[in-house]
Design a protein around this ligand. Structure first.
Ligand code: MN
Length: 486
């Protein structure tokens, strides 16, 4: 890939003269700062900085963020103080670059340096979400050049990408980034499993492709005949890593997976989405229980679409996803699609609190890192609370609460409010009274009853899953213990 500054500028939407000047300045500075460094691939180090900036331009980020992308490794690698940097590029860009800079090698070593750097990244991210987006752009280029890295390091980077960065991209609604991170990291993290998935896919691919094409033609014809003039369709192939995770769930039986390939229909309005769903169901029989209305009930990461799975009539089964253009943008770039535009409402509102309820989970993440002191514990809780499979349950009013799989009404109650959590006396799940330690499932409607006289017991610890609940329970148990000894 060439790393010509003009290519980068032309990747920015309507740049002003000021934008161009800033990009050129950052470009020259970074090129000089890294001039004696090389990547493992033997390429000049600057190629990496350029690629990260290009990724950010592609995400639709504004000029300052792209400049920070060019400069993101200069504080670590070049001989420049923060003061000098700030004088040259200003406070905002310094903050962004500082946020993605790893901690000094002297203070921490090995695994601990690594985790503490991650913690630092999250703290900076809570002040400005764009720090995380730069980190994702950085990681995306690093995993695309993994072939040149030492094998032991290769595996670590690939695993970390699958366990932390891809889930973060998913949580921020950046579907396309998550997909690319997973596809690049999977072969290095689990080479044998990757080979197996490729083999299974190969055996099925032709059949799926043929069926899909036939279905596709008929569907397009039906939609057009119903009078829809503006619509487009595309196929999406399930990523090998998410296919692998599903395969494990289905005991490696690929015939049990219905969405290896899906058809996407993109229409102008929400009403059109439901109209097209009607056309699909009028022509093909849907599988019961597989119609998902993520328009009325968006996923917590903001994802919206209608999903349905239908029998094709010739022995096959196909998933159809229907959405508007806007929902499509949001599904691909998520949070980044709110941050990019200069005149957009999100301009200058990059603090996470301002991004709204949709990303409320992030606040919990911050709280978590503030309250969990031990390094290993932090990473563990991070994986359990945020990246494990989630279940979506509802309050009686229809609000969605998302929890890690295996959560109970106790977790639900604490997620709603700590006061409710501390006094749970009973729980109605889908209208029936069940034990407050029952495991909740997707779509459950949960109603909590409280009594002032009730307080947490030791049993609650085993009967809860989230760090949030466990922490509150532990504190309450300790308080009760001291009260009783007095
Ligand atoms: Mn980098």
């Amino acid at each position: 890939m060439s790393s010509n500054v003009e290519d980068l500028i032309s990747a920015i939407k309507n740049p002003t003269e000021e934008d161009k000047a800033l990009i050129k300045k950052a470009y020259d500075f970074a090129a000089l700062a890294h001039k004696d460094q090389a990547r493992f691939s033997g390429e000049p180090y600057f190629v990496h900085c350029f690629a990260v900036a290009m990724n950010l331009a592609q995400f639709g980020m504004e000029t300052k963020v792209i400049a920070a992308g060019l400069l993101h490794d200069t504080l670590e690698d070049a001989d420049i103080t923060q003061k000098e940097f700030e004088a040259k590029f200003g406070k905002e860009i310094l903050f962004l670059v500082e946020g993605v800079t790893k901690l000094g090698k002297l203070k921490y070593r090995g695994e601990q340096r690594h985790v503490e750097s991650l913690r630092k990244l999250f703290i900076a991210t809570t002040r400005d979400i764009r720090v995380l987006i730069i980190k994702l752009a950085d990681r995306l280029h690093n995993v695309s050049t993994l072939e040149f890295v030492r094998p032991d390091k290769q595996k670590r980077i690939a695993l970390e990408t699958l366990e932390i960065y891809a889930p973060l991209a998913y949580r921020l609604g950046m579907g396309i980034i998550r997909h690319r991170l997973e596809e690049l990291a999977f072969p290095y993290a689990y080479p044998e499993e990757y080979k197996k998935v490729k083999e299974l896919l190969k055996a099925r691919e032709d059949e799926i492709q043929k069926r899909l094409e036939k279905f596709y033609r008929t569907l397009k014809k039906e939609i057009a005949q119903a009078g829809y003039k503006q619509f487009r369709t595309s196929n999406r192939m399930k990523g090998t890593y998410s296919l692998y995770k599903k395969l494990v769930e289905k005991k490696m039986d690929i015939t049990k997976i219905y969405d290896i390939m899906a058809i996407r229909v993109i229409v102008p309005t929400v009403a059109d989405c439901y109209g097209v769903l009607g056309i699909v169901h009028a022509n093909w029989r849907p599988l019961p229980g597989r119609i998902k209305d993520y328009i009325a009930f968006p996923k917590p990461n903001g994802y919206q679409s209608l999903h349905t799975t239908v029998f094709t009539g010739d022995g096959g089964i196909i998933e159809v996803q229907i959405r508007t253009e806007e929902m499509h943008q949001e599904a691909e770039y998520g949070i980044a699609s709110h941050l990019g535009y200069k005149e957009g409402i999100m301009k200058n509102k990059t603090r996470i609190e301002d991004i709204g309820k949709k990303y409320a989970w992030f606040k919990q993440l911050v709280e978590l890192q503030e309250n969990v002191s031990q390094t290993g514990e932090f990473l563990n809780h991070l994986k359990v609370d945020f990246f494990e499979n989630r279940v979506f349950v509802f309050t009686p009013k229809g609000d969605v609460i998302d929890l890690p799989e295996g959560s109970s009404p106790i977790d639900f109650a604490y997620a709603v409010h700590s006061d409710i959590g501390s006094h749970v006396s009973g729980a109605k799940v889908n209208g029936k009274f069940l034990a407050i330690t029952t495991t909740l499932h997707n779509g459950d409607i949960v109603e909590i009853e409280t009594k002032k006289s009730v307080s947490p017991t030791r049993k609650w610890l085993e009967g809860s899953k989230t760090t949030l609940a466990k922490r509150h329970i532990r504190i309450a148990l300790q308080e009760n213990a001291t009260k009783n000894t007095k």
